[in-house]
Design a protein around this ligand. Structure first.
Ligand SMILES: [Zn+2]
Length: 413
């Protein structure tokens, strides 16, 4: 617990949640929706009011600096979260509700009584009885992903500015747009950011620290057939669509998303298009071990070869493209990034649970852009849905972790 400190996370989460910041995947601009700037501008003015140097750039990035007060040369840390919310669920007219000292009963949301947040569906809630829980009202998501992260970083900044006795190095704050549509770091100016190590605040359960994510490629297989007039096609036509359909049936079941978990990778067809002469299937390939991606591609190649043997005259081409990589490859070279975080968790009285992400993160991309950047919990749960919730106590615990984290880095410098 931070002594006598009145946290502002709940009040901030309630205020930031009502600002519609839904990202727009159909737009080419950055930020993809102008309304994200409503929150970014508010954050700039709040940081300024704290006396923090801050700038909003033309792409919607907020860069801020809390000056260090250590006499040592301490690595510059960056704390990062995203202002946008996922387009999969409405983020307009969000009405956040604070359920003080939640008693464990099902939370029936008032605007749509069919939306019920229960510990049966969300077992993590069983650990949160007695906490203050924030939810939406039934029509929308809450946007704790990632306004919980923003509230935590803002509260942390305020705390640090009040406590000049806490010794730390320079700290940068980065708020990004468009994380939910995969463009969160497209236009980040790493030179301007000028940080050695970073942490995103965008994780779930209290105590979790994520330093591993999938490595990812896309892979496209195109089958070529032979066209002929269907009335006179006997012995001539080879229908590429049928070749492709056969190929799909050969995919190993145990390597599909619906049959894998934890550290298991998968091969997943995401779209099919085509006609008689040519038919194409696009896959996403995923594994925590990057070299396994080429094994997955080899497997698809072998299955395609096996397939065309059944259809004389058919052919195929295969190609793949890198998407993103497991940040663990970068973090392995800088073990102090994870170790210092774990130490900060410990000093905050919580166990550090290292978890992997079965997807990509902005932190992974930042890691490969030169700033190793694992992900710290915020308490955001049930994300991208009307059942999204966050515990205020979890957010406050994350603030405490950050306060300890900057001190661990300073002491170990
Ligand atoms: Zn997020």
């Amino acid at each position: 617990m931070l002594n006598n400190y009145q946290h502002t996370t709940a009040e901030r989460m309630m205020r930031y949640a009502v600002i519609d910041t839904t990202a727009n995947p159909d737009s080419d601009t950055q930020p993809s929706s102008k309304k994200q700037l409503d929150l970014s501008r508010l954050l700039v003015s709040e940081l300024k009011a704290m006396g923090i140097d801050v700038e909003l750039d033309e792409y919607g990035y907020v860069y801020a600096t809390i000056k260090g007060n250590s006499k040592k040369k301490v690595p510059v840390l960056c704390f990062c979260s995203h202002v946008d919310t996922a387009p999969d669920c409405s983020g307009a007219n969000v009405k956040p509700i604070l359920h003080k000292k939640w008693n464990g009963e099902d939370i029936v949301l008032p605007d749509d009584k069919n939306v019920v947040i229960s510990s049966k569906k969300h077992p993590y809630l069983l650990e949160k009885i007695g906490d203050d829980i924030i939810t939406a009202s039934g029509f929308t998501l809450l946007g704790a992903d990632d306004k919980a992260g923003i509230s935590i970083i803002m509260d942390f900044a305020q705390y640090l500015l009040n406590r000049t006795d806490i010794i730390h190095g320079d700290i940068r704050i980065l708020f990004t747009p468009d994380e939910e549509i995969g463009r969160g770091v497209n236009k980040v100016d790493m030179k301007k950011l000028n940080a050695d190590f970073g942490y995103t605040l965008d994780g779930g359960e209290c105590g979790t620290l994520e330093g591993e994510n999938f490595s990812a490629d896309s892979c496209t297989v195109t089958f070529n057939g032979i066209s002929a007039h269907p009335g006179y096609a006997k012995g001539k036509m080879v229908n590429a669509q049928k070749v492709l359909a056969h190929f799909i049936t050969l995919l190993p079941n145990e390597m599909s998303p619906e049959n894998t978990e934890a550290y298991e990778g998968f091969v997943h067809p995401v779209s099919i298009s085509g006609g008689l002469e040519a038919a194409t299937v696009t896959f996403i390939l995923r594994d925590f071990v990057t070299s396994k991606l080429s094994e997955q591609k080899q497997l698809l190649n072998n299955l395609a070869e096996q397939t065309i043997k059944q259809f004389p005259g058919a052919g195929f081409t295969i190609s793949s493209k890198e998407q993103y990589r497991n940040m663990d490859e970068v973090l392995q070279k800088h073990p102090e990034v994870m170790d210092n975080a774990c130490e900060a968790f410990k000093r905050s009285g919580i166990n550090c649970v290292r978890k992997n992400i079965r997807g990509g993160t902005d932190g992974a991309r930042l890691s490969f852009m030169g700033m190793p950047c694992p992900n710290i919990f915020t308490g955001e749960m049930g994300i991208h849905s009307k059942e999204e919730y966050v515990s205020v106590q979890d957010m406050n615990k994350a603030v405490e972790v950050l306060v300890n984290l900057v001190q661990v880095w300073e002491q170990r410098a």
